[in-house]
Write a protein that binds this ligand. Structure first.
Ligand SMILES: Nc1ncnc2c1ncn2[C@@H]1O[C@H](COP(=O)(O)OP(=O)(O)OP(=O)(O)O)[C@@H](O)[C@H]1O
Ligand SMILES: [Mg+2]
Length: 310
């Protein structure tokens, strides 16, 4: 992509400098989030589990407790948390903010971000105590600043001091909380104690047992929530919809279609990620073999190509 005028203004390169040194130097990755949004695999569906998660998060936020949420991989925990906090709009807004000139308006702060006042933080795999100590307040403060920005058209934490100590953030969601070691968990508890906000820890099944080993943190857990896979009825509804939106089958043979859908439901066991993976394999096999219907045999062949769900 050719550089825009704006990008050229911010360039680090000197005159007659083509930046060749970056090809060999170890400078690491620049910037936090990718510059373009990856396309979603499928539109978000308001499932029963997502509605349960929303109620749970509302309760934790309102009562300023620590909430614990766990569930198997791929059922939609991260997506629900992102949806709750309005993270997709927030990331887009930050990209816009990055792109507009100083003095020009980046547009209003996304409504859902202001409504939810929720920060989402995902520790890195090797999160050190120092990283945790910096990342926690940073994540919360961004949201508080955004509220200030919306209210006053500027961010000045020493004038509008509610945002100075994360005061306007109501909920902090820590995704992949299993990555936190004992010190990290203790840091989260300490942060929670010093601020008036709710905290949700999201992890894999078993995190609830692990946390029981930290009595002080555990005693602050006010809500526990198990995120379950899709129910059979919802899974069938999801598959029936995807069947038509993805153009998987042009045949009107209801019998073959229902058997194939039932086979996918059995293989995936209500796991959203597995549904996505399996359907893309099905589409691939269908395309290679020039098929216009999907039989249970096609589904079985697609399963063979996957590692999981065997
Ligand atoms: N409500 C939903 N509507 C549509 N697709 C969904 C929904 N929830 C989950 N998915 C699909 O399932 C995939 C996995 O979801 P997600 O990453 O949230 O799972 P997870 O529970 O956080 O898994 P992990 O424990 O591995 O982090 C998503 O990429 C998305 O394609
Ligand atoms: Mg996740």
């Amino acid at each position: 992509m050719p550089p825009t005028d704006r990008a050229a203004e911010r360039s680090l390169l000197g005159k007659n400098d083509d930046g060749r040194r970056f090809l060999t130097a170890a400078v690491g990755e620049l910037g936090g989030h990718p510059p373009v949004e990856p396309p979603p695999a499928a539109p978000f569906l308001d499932t029963r589990e997502h509605r349960r998660f929303t109620e749970f998060a509302d309760a934790v936020r309102q009562h300023r407790y620590i909430g614990l949420c766990w569930g198997p991989p791929g059922v939609g925990k991260t997506l629900s948390a992102r949806r709750y906090a309005g993270l997709q709009d927030w990331e887009q807004w930050q990209r816009d903010l990055d792109a507009v000139d100083i003095g020009a308006s980046p547009g209003p702060v996304p409504a859902r971000v202001l409504q939810a006042r929720t920060a989402v933080w995902t520790p890195t795999v090797t999160a050190s105590p120092r990283e945790v100590a910096q990342a926690l307040p940073r994540a919360c403060q961004h949201i508080s600043y955004a509220v200030d920005y919306d209210q006053y058209g500027q961010v000045d934490p020493f004038v509008h001091n509610a945002s100075r100590a994360s005061g306007l953030t109501e909920l902090l969601i820590v995704d992949e909380a299993d990555r936190l070691k004992a010190t990290g968990l203790e840091q989260v508890r300490d942060y929670y104690d010093r601020h008036h906000l709710g905290v949700i820890l999201i992890g894999m099944p078993g995190i609830e047992k692990r946390l029981a080993r930290y009595p002080q943190l555990y005693s602050r857990v006010g809500f526990a929530h198990e995120y379950r896979p899709l129910s059979t009825e919802e899974l069938t509804a999801v598959l029936t919809r995807r069947w038509h939106t993805d153009g998987l089958s042009s045949s009107t043979d209801d019998f073959t279609e229902s058997v194939a859908i039932a086979t996918i439901a059995r293989i995936t066991g209500g796991n959203f990620r597995l549904v996505d993976r399996l359907l893309s394999q099905v589409a691939r096999i269908q395309q290679i073999n020039h098929l216009d219907t999907i039989t249970p045999e096609v589904v079985e062949a697609a399963r063979e190509a996957l590692l999981i769900g065997r």
